[in-house]
Write a protein that binds this ligand. Sequence first.
Ligand code: NAG
Ligand code: NAG
Ligand code: NAG
Ligand code: NAG
Length: 393
Amino acid sequence: MVARASLMEIQSRLTVFFLVVIASCIQLCTSFGQINPLVYDEQLLWVSGGAGEVSTYRIPLLSFTPKGSLLAFAEARKMSASDVGAKFLAIRRSTDRGTTWSPTYFIVDDGSLVDGLNLGSVVVDEEIGSVILIYSLCFHQYQCEPASVMLVESFDDGVTWSHPRNLSVQLGVKNFAPGPGFGIQKHYPPAKGRLVVCGHGTLEGNGVFCILSDDHGRSWKNGAALKSIPYNQPKQALDFNPDECQLVEMEDGSIVINVRNQNNYHCRCRMVTRSLDGGETLPLEHLVFDTTLIDPVVAAGMLQKEGVMYFINPANNSQRVNLTLRWSLTNGTSWEKNSVQIWAGPSGYSSMTSFAHGGAEDRKYIFVIYEKGHKDYDETISFAKIHLYGGLF
Ligand SMILES: *[C@@H]1O[C@H](CO)[C@@H](O)[C@H](O)[C@H]1NC(C)=O
Ligand SMILES: *[C@@H]1O[C@H](CO)[C@@H](O)[C@H](O)[C@H]1NC(C)=O
Ligand SMILES: *[C@@H]1O[C@H](CO)[C@@H](O)[C@H](O)[C@H]1NC(C)=O
Ligand SMILES: *[C@@H]1O[C@H](CO)[C@@H](O)[C@H](O)[C@H]1NC(C)=O
């Protein structure tokens, strides 16, 4: 009896001991100083120039879904690698956090349009469990007019999709190319619950423009604008020309937008702008140039997760090579010295996502999708699962 009692006692002491170890490890090991991203798994989702009706896959987007799936999207350009031309909107879906993926399915087919669809922003409405995808048609107005902003949505986690709806009816006719990347649903005031999607205009009438919905994507209105200078006029080298962008919400409810600096105004680096009113305005006094984030003029990815900001782009001031992940513990005002090279070779557009409300497992990972090649960046579209803590835990 005595021996047995003490054994139980030892067992329960051991249990308490291990619980304390585990608890302090969760605290310590996942504390910000320990972030040490590692490419944990990588696979090609699309290969250009392959079989079938598609010439080139480009402009990858990635999103979590309300029920815990991952959705990868891309333009499947039918005839050539050109931005104009007819396309399918391609999608693959993973229900196991990116380990396996469904075959490709096409959710929009623009037929044989000379200036077809262009992606695009994906935005999840967690309040009603929908996934919305917004894209443009005839954006370049190449042998067509006018440009239109289109929306498709899914209420079953990306399996089936609605017919396209024309948002230009509500927004007015203008050239607006969302993203490319993701839009957000505001989690904090002001305008909690609002959907915010930002993108850019034509090269002449360019700038960052946001569209807003306060009724889960039913109706949309025009929000903030940060216009190029000179606006609606031909540009010269080094003019102020904000272009493709990615936004995130910060914990104070502000929106930070990281922007492609089309004409290398002020630096060969990213512009960063900020909205304090839920995407209604982008005051000039909040515009900064982030000289750490050198950029070859490209669409880049950004993500805010548990107080850490992540940024990914081809980190080179002239070539689309050297896809690099950086992170900031100061809300993007400075970047950690260390960075992680995801791919040394040609790399283009990229986007990131993660699961915000999952368990301990979901705290460890972010997911990246990017254009990757050996000679040219548009050869493949690759998915990478990044372990934030060096593969430990
Ligand atoms: C979308 O709506 C606008 C405004 O009514 C219209 O001019 C445009 O032709 C429509 N686009 C498509 C593809 O139906
Ligand atoms: C890749 O990025 C890193 C980090 O910014 C930089 O040190 C390195 O010079 C870059 N390499 C190339 C080839 O651009
Ligand atoms: C940019 O990449 C090229 C090779 O593609 C390299 O020669 C150059 O040093 C890189 N620039 C920087 C700033 O790293
Ligand atoms: C980052 O912003 C949050 C509010 O969004 C604030 O509480 C925190 O102190 C900021 N961190 C730094 C290092 O500035």
